[in-house]
Design a protein around this ligand. Structure first.
Ligand code: MET
Ligand SMILES: [Zn+2]
Length: 350
């Protein structure tokens, strides 16, 4: 398969350093689809995730449903799947009365389930092209990304959407919050670590320091969120945040998640000026999360069709991994997959 015209030359040359994201992008022709809302899909299947652990409660209550959701996203064409560990923390499990050992086992389980499903799927589908209604493309050997939500996600008070951690939260405190879970997840053997919904520069600083200090060998991606298309949610400059990530050799991709689709194009343009690392975007549906009632409200979000109408402009602006976050589903991913596949076919034919 030929590679796309929009991939910066220097980005591809770095693939000699055996970076899993660059390898995948190279194989896929420059752009891949990731998965969609994980918690959303668990809920659509009836899981009750109204819990401080949010979707991670299913690691205790419904591990088979987690398998099923991974499978659904793989079938929809996802070339990266993220684990059920977004809001799983040792502290959170311990608050429910679990031992430290059992808590760490659950973190490991999240990676094991995703890897098993990926491997099972690949055995069956590696030679297939998906051509069913509303989808087209060839499958990839998907990467398993261990999801690591921000400190705000752990607080379960919606502060991942405000970045308002209060003045007592320091880089050291954030490093200590993230340290043990990061080590346990890295040790479980994912292909990638996916830091998600990171709302402020302080937390980025903590993450890049921690990746170095702990000599983490699994490559990481870091996804930030925004509510204005210019800055990250707490008002820190996106340019500064992406600049910090660009300087960290352990970070192999940077991007935006759980942000309304209407802001994404501007954010990609800002990020592209600061980094030549691959950019991933996985927006939410455009609805708003109400942290008090712990629900997504105002069903004025994009429909799958609206969402997908942006995909080509995001790709042209430099996004190379495109998926969905909260309130998106396997249908969204199938539709994105089709758009990207059509592009690859047009290019390959040239
Ligand atoms: C609040 S953002 C949630 C990200 C997580 N990967 C999920 O889709 O459930
Ligand atoms: Zn989300």
């Amino acid at each position: 398969m030929g590679r796309t015209i929009d991939v910066p030359e220097d980005t591809l040359q770095e693939s000699e350093t055996s970076n899993v994201v660059l390898e995948l992008l190279k194989q896929a022709g420059g752009c891949v689809v990731t998965d969609g809302g994980f918690a959303t899909q668990l809920e659509r299947h009836g899981a009750n995730i109204n819990d401080p652990l949010w979707s991670a409660v299913c690691l205790i209550t419904m591990p088979d449903l987690i398998r099923k959701v991974h499978r659904e996203y793989l079938e929809a064409g996802a070339a990266v799947i993220s684990t059920a560990s977004y809001q799983a923390t040792i502290q959170g499990f311990e608050m429910r009365g679990l031992s430290t050992k059992d808590s760490e086992d659950l973190l490991q389980l999240s990676v094991r389930i995703a890897r098993e499903e990926r491997d099972r799927f690949w055995k069956e589908y590696q030679n297939k092209v998906h051509t069913g209604p509303g989808q087209a493309g060839s499958y990839h050997h998907a990467l398993v990304a261990a999801s690591i939500g921000s400190y705000g996600a752990y607080l379960a008070d919606g502060s991942e959407y405000s970045g308002d951690y209060g003045s007592f939260v320091t880089v050291e405190k954030l490093k200590n919050f993230h340290r043990r879970r990061l080590l346990v997840l890295a040790d479980a053997g994912p292909d990638l670590l996916a830091f998600e919904t990171i709302p402020c520069k302080l937390e980025i600083q903590a993450l890049v320091e921690l990746l170095d200090e702990e000599k983490i060998r699994i490559p990481a991606w870091v996804a930030l969120n925004s509510k204005d298309g210019v800055n990250v949610v707490n008002g820190d400059s996106l340019t500064d945040c992406v600049g910090l990530l660009d300087n960290c050799t352990k970070v192999v991709a940077v991007g935006i998640n759980c942000t309304p689709p209407r802001f994404i194009l501007d954010l990609i343009r800002v990020a592209r000026k600061v980094t030549s690392k691959p950019i991933m975007v996985y927006p939410n549906s455009g609805e708003h999360y109400d942290a008090v009632i712990k629900q997504w409200v105002e069903c004025k979000g994009s429909t799958d069709t609206d969402f997908v109408s942006h995909v080509q402009e995001w790709r042209k602006a430099g996004a190379q991994l495109i998926g969905g976050c909260c309130r998106t589903t396997p249908n969204t991913i199938r539709a994105i997959s089709r758009v990207l596949y059509e592009h690859t076919q047009v290019y390959a034919a040239k």
